[in-house]
Design a protein around this ligand. Sequence first.
Ligand SMILES: Cc1cc2nc3c(=O)[nH]c(=O)nc-3n(C[C@H](O)[C@H](O)[C@H](O)COP(=O)(O)O)c2cc1C
Ligand code: SF4
Length: 487
Amino acid sequence: MARVPIPPARWPTRAEAEQSRLFSPLPVGATRLRTRTWVPAMVPWRASEDGHVTEAVLDWYGRFADGRPGALVVEATGIRDVPSGPLLRVGDARFVPGLRRLVERVRARSHGETRLFLQVIDFLSIRRRPEPQKFFERFLALRSEHRTRLAEVTGEQRWLEEREELVRARLVELPRAVLVEVLSPRELEDLDFGHRQRVTDLHEEEIRALPATLPPLFAAAASRAREAGFDGVELHYAHAYTMASFLSRTNTRPDGYGASLEGRLRLPLEVLAAVRAAVGSDWTVGLRYLSDEGIAGGSTLEDACVFAPRFAAAGADFLSLSRGGKFDDAKQPKVGEAAYPYTGPSGLDCMPTVHVEGGPFGRNLAHARAVRSALRTAGHTTPLVACGGINDFELAEEALASGACDLVGAARQSLADPDWWRKLELGHGGEIRRCLFTNYCEALDQKHVEVTCQLWDRDPSTAADPRSRDGKRRLLAPPWETAPAKG
Ligand SMILES: Cc1cc2nc3c(=O)[nH]c(=O)nc-3n(C[C@H](O)[C@H](O)[C@H](O)COP(=O)(O)O)c2cc1C
Ligand code: SF4
């Protein structure tokens, strides 16, 4: 797909910005945003291996706070107390002091102007794609059906009785065309992609029990976020993770937590109720979900328009829309690597580049408008956050004026230039470093290395700034040299 050029922008004067919708306040639940500007969650791979806030995490969010967005959402943070690599966690009281430092850093750097939300997430396990030999020798649960099919396809009856290790050794040697006759589709997927738990794996006790285990886990995580001083939480019901999988049309659970629309909504509403009961009504609880899963057989905009009033009626203080980002259409990983949910077409829906048809610029606003209209028709004033390729003032202002959304999210543009909101507000739009929307940052995320931006990570100025582990990239956007000292 040819590259869609970044549209030229006309930047507002300071007076124009002052009178704009974008830079006007909005109450969101129990808090009030100074402006309608929003930095959506982005995982930067800077937490410690055991999930704690590090100096690099403080620096990263402090840098976004310099731009003084109305709201800043801290990356997907795990609600369980289980090892999950360098991703932030909030599954135990020991994580609270670090998170409190994070809140203090953002308060200080934004001069108290930015409201801070913690995105809280649950995800199921995913294994790396195995070596085929290892898969057959160790991971495949050998069943009598395998023996029967092997005997059928080879015409050799001995496989019905043969010793297990010999059956496994024979399976290793089978050509692909024969293997597909012997393994189930799920086993083939485990071989080709690595095993991935699903909310429909009811043969697993842990998965059956999710409706009982998740509400208290989310509630406790939200209470800790409140204790740490955050202004609210954003429940992560989007992309490839547990709660999105419950909402999905692909959720066929027959136990009352799937299959029908009511069934799919049941756990997300129970989690919301448990969180609300734990934190009280005087603290902001919002959620992020998908306007469209973008996969065959998945939920669509029609579902999103039904979900929105239900979440609002259940007391969600804001709804933030994302799109796609599913495992279902992810690319096959290399042996030894895990599948990544942003590599297929639905991944492009989530983080659209200049190579998608029509470009990424305001690409999700039509969906947002439909969801907002469903909310308003049902009588809810719940604020809606939209994002996706928003990179200039007029696009943002038009999105608000035309009723597509109430809050304007910009993730990658804020990464490219964390000061961009402030530059807009102060009439310095011409100094904005504009995102190229080619997803260099997202490729780093995929490799699980520190996320940086190609527009500044080789900038030699302020050479003392911290560097990536390989020493090659700066970890923070260079300071805005002409930033007004105060105000
Ligand atoms: C490096 C990176 C990490 C991200 N991490 C998260 C995340 O933790 N939670 C989430 O809901 N979305 C995450 N996203 C998606 C963004 O929040 C946003 O929805 C997406 O980038 C589209 O918005 P944009 O066009 O303004 O960048 C991430 C995006 C990027 C580029
Ligand atoms: S790396 Fe590229 S896509 Fe990512 S924020 Fe920077 S310019 Fe934008």
